[in-house]
Design a protein. Structure first.
Length: 537
């Protein structure tokens, strides 16, 4: 980001997809005030960003096919955008909350017409299915955890803008708190449970960099949901969760009434951070025992193998999902012929002495005019060049810095291979879609590897991790028209270029395939004085 004007914060939004039988396609309205506040999960106060005074922000309680309208009031002194991480927007990339699709919400102070600026975001929840039989759970707990930097976002941004890495985080928090054995009890309680009851924990890794593993002393966890898809209900002692990922587990309070540690530790990082919270039985007594449940193997190779095996154990629950095909309508995805294979290779390099990250040799940079608007107003050639990223990468060690957009054909069934030749783990997120995560393996991908794909019950999800020197394959039908961001879920990497956009235009430009640009859409950049294109019909 060249200009200092475009100081941008994008928060990922993890919606708690809470279940329940509901009326047809209801609308849910939310009002969110975005303000600064002081946060100190690791004890060091720093300015942080709050939504309605809370960190982590409020939970959106929705189910499939809900329409969610969020009015966001930016009370900060800098532009702001919110992007959807846990909800799939259909036919509406206009409000996807990325700089390639929307103008940032300007700070209240500088908005000419109003004391506050606002934007509306309409999203459609896709999951879980409205009439699915949800596992019984007495109560739900939302757990947002992740790594934490004691430097504030302004300091972190200036490090990145100067072309350096923000380095390692300072610790891990669980719902904004960080504790060790011996921390005062009032700081630690994550959940109070009643003996005999079963609880659902929705856990999201909202960190910037670190994968984590989480586990609960003396309790097992039954996985029931992964990024909106019902899973085969396997039981785990501990689960890996990579940046940007969310899942739900059921935990039955079947132990002696007491206190038990909920343990989170970092994975695949040289320095291991461990943070605790407490699962507390009502009327329980006694302290949580200081012997913590062990993490997965620490030897790097074993650790990766362990985590890959766990990934392979995640299966789509065909019984629970059968009432409704996935949004792409490709329930029998294994029978669809692949129409395009895109290999995505991440890399890092110095460009003019500054650190950049890229995809297939292209390091994305945002333009002042959102790409979607440039395309819609017919001036894309003034803003970006299509297809700098090729499906078959050649030289990925040298990076070209430019806005990065590939064209895709509406309704193509594509296979995306994420190839990680680096020594650090990656996580990826595709907006607007869920995809079938059919394989993760060490080494390099070749077409013969397709024999090993899970073509029956891979989980339909919207993030995928890629281990060091490994690859991952996903498949999806490109049936959601729009300009969709494919990015590293690790903020440093996406900010410094490891992202691109996929332009999916329906040939008819019809309302059936894509909503019209909303009347509330803010216009910025070179399209500001251009005549409005004819709406879709
Ligand atoms: C947001 O702030 C305005 C005042 O600035 C207030 O009227 C409104 O109630 C707030 N909304 C929420 C949800 O906190
Ligand atoms: C979520 O919404 C459903 C349906 O409106 C309601 O029954 C449930 O109590 C809500 N859950 C939370 C945690 O707000
Ligand atoms: C938890 O499990 C450990 C190991 O099996 C056992 O020694 C301990 O007594 C259990 N704690 C409680 C409170 O039941
Ligand atoms: C699939 O989901 C249903 C409904 O939640 C559940 O009853 C069933 O046990 C699950 N199947 C498996 C194999 O876990
Ligand atoms: C779920 O709803 C769909 C349509 O609303 C209906 O066709 C289907 O039978 C329902 N499935 C179950 C398990 O109730
Ligand atoms: C897939 O491709 C094969 C071989 O080209 C062809 O025989 C088959 O009909 C195709 N299937 C579908 C569903 O298009
Ligand atoms: C990409 O789409 C644009 C807009 O429809 C079109 O002008 C361009 O020719 C396409 N490029 C390729 C390589 O398909």
């Amino acid at each position: 980001m060249g200009s200092s004007k475009s100081l941008m914060i994008a928060l990922a939004l993890f919606a708690g997809l809470l279940a329940g039988a509901m009326a047809e396609d209801p609308y849910l309205f939310y009002e969110w005030n975005v303000t600064y506040g002081t946060l100190y999960p690791l004890g060091v106060p720093k300015p942080g960003i709050l939504i309605n005074g809370q960190f982590p922000g409020p939970v959106i309680n929705c189910t499939s096919n809900n329409n969610i309208v969020v009015n966001v009031f930016n009370h900060l002194d800098e532009p702001f955008l919110l992007t959807w991480a846990g909800i799939q927007q259909r036919k509406n990339s206009w409000q996807d909350g990325t700089l390639g699709t929307m103008c940032p919400i300007q700070p209240g102070k500088t908005t000419p017409t109003n004391s506050r600026s606002r934007t509306k975001s309409v999203a459609t929840c896709i999951s879980p299915p409205p009439n699915s039989t949800e596992p019984p759970a007495a109560l739900e707990f939302a757990v947002v955890l992740g790594d934490w930097y004691n430097k504030d976002h302004v300091a972190l941004k200036s490090i990145l803008d100067s072309g350096r890495s923000i380095g390692r985080p300072d610790g891990i928090h669980i719902n904004g708190k960080s504790n060790h054995v011996g921390s005062p009890p009032w700081r630690r309680t994550l959940a109070t449970v009643e003996a005999g009851k079963t609880y659902r924990f929705r856990v999201c890794n909202a960190g910037l960099r670190l994968s984590v593993n989480f586990r609960i002393q003396n309790h097992t966890m039954k996985l029931v949901e992964l990024e909106g898809s019902h899973t085969v209900q396997n039981v785990y002692d501990s689960l890996d969760l990579h940046v940007g990922q969310c899942l739900s587990v059921l935990v039955t309070a079947d132990q002696k009434p007491s206190n038990y540690y909920f343990v989170v530790s970092s994975r695949f990082s040289k320095q291991v951070f461990t943070t605790l919270a407490v699962l507390s039985y009502k009327d329980g007594f006694g302290h949580a025992e200081s012997t913590l449940p062990s993490p997965p193997p620490e030897n790097e190779q074993k650790s990766i193998a362990w985590s890959m095996n766990q990934f392979r154990s995640f299966r789509w629950n065909l019984t629970a999902s059968a009432a409704r095909p996935n949004p792409q309508g490709s329930y029998h995805y294994g029978k669809i012929n692949i129409t395009r294979t895109i290999r995505v290779v991440n890399s890092r390099a110095q460009v003019n002495g500054k650190l950049r990250f890229g995809i297939n040799g292209v390091s994305h940079v945002d333009s002042e005019t959102p790409l979607k608007l440039a395309e819609y107003y017919g001036v894309s050639n003034k803003v970006f060049t299509y297809d700098l990223v090729k499906d078959e990468p050649t030289n990925v060690d040298k990076l070209v810095v430019a806005p990065s957009v590939i064209n895709a054909t509406f309704r193509n069934f594509v296979e995306i291979i994420f190839e990680n030749r680096e020594k650090t783990i990656q996580t990826w997120h595709l907006d607007g879609y869920s995809f079938f995560a059919v394989a993760i393996e060490p080494g390099r991908w070749t077409p013969e590897k397709r024999k090993n794909y899970n073509l029956l019950d891979a989980v339909s999800r919207h993030t995928i991790q890629v281990y060091p020197n490994s690859w991952a394959a996903v498949m999806t039908t490109l049936d959601n028209a729009g300009m969709w961001n494919l990015r590293s879920d690790m903020l440093e990497r996406s900010y410094l270029g490891q992202q691109m956009y996929v332009s999916v235009l329906s040939p008819e430009l019809s309302l059936r395939d894509e909503y019209n640009m909303p009347p509330t859409q803010q216009i910025c950049g070179i399209v500001q004085n251009l005549p409005m294109p004819a709406p879709y019909s």
